[in-house]
Ligand binder design. Structure first.
Ligand code: UDP
Ligand code: MG
Length: 138
């Protein structure tokens, strides 16, 4: 078993799709180890997406991610990082496969409903960014 970090972004929470996305991920075989509703601050969003700081969409991304509540989740499954990326689909919903969360719920390449870690190393960093050890179930 391994872990990944997931986020239900402000667009999906605002649209009332958080419950459906949680049901979807549980049906896909993920176990929730930690979950909370939080409005990410501007500073947290800047830090979380630091790797994209030089990209033209960074300012808009930080603005969007701190614009309303998100649901942050620590998930467990076999090959959690890869499996979650497959479950959410491509960054741009226009390119996401049928049945993926982004195909079902994303509005656009920027407002794309969910986040998923891109490596085991980043999954550990991102889980620790939002959860203390005692906030995760064993
Ligand atoms: N993003 C954007 N425009 C782009 C590429 C990315 O607004 O051209 C946003 C989008 O919300 C995406 C996030 O920046 O989810 C992080 O980009 P990344 O390439 O890491 O995509 P992801 O790993 O989320 O699929
Ligand atoms: Mg990414």
């Amino acid at each position: 078993m391994s872990r990944t970090f997931a986020m239900i972004k402000p667009d999906a929470v605002q649209a009332g799709n958080a419950g459906k996305i949680i049901a979807h991920l549980q049906d896909a075989g993920f176990r929730v180890l930690g979950m909370k509703l939080t409005q990410i601050s501007r500073q947290q969003a800047e830090k979380f997406y630091e790797v994209h700081a030089a990209r033209p969409f960074y300012g808009e991304l930080v603005e969007f991610m701190s614009s309303g509540p998100s649901v942050v989740l620590a998930l467990e499954s076999d090959n959690a990082v890869t499996k979650w990326r497959e479950t959410i689909g491509a960054t741009d919903p226009a390119e996401a496969a049928e049945g993926t969360i982004r195909k079902l719920y994303a509005e656009s390449k920027g407002k794309n409903a969910v986040h998923g870690s891109d490596s085991d190393e980043n999954a550990a960093i991102e889980i620790a960014f939002f959860f203390s050890g005692t906030e995760l179930v064993g």
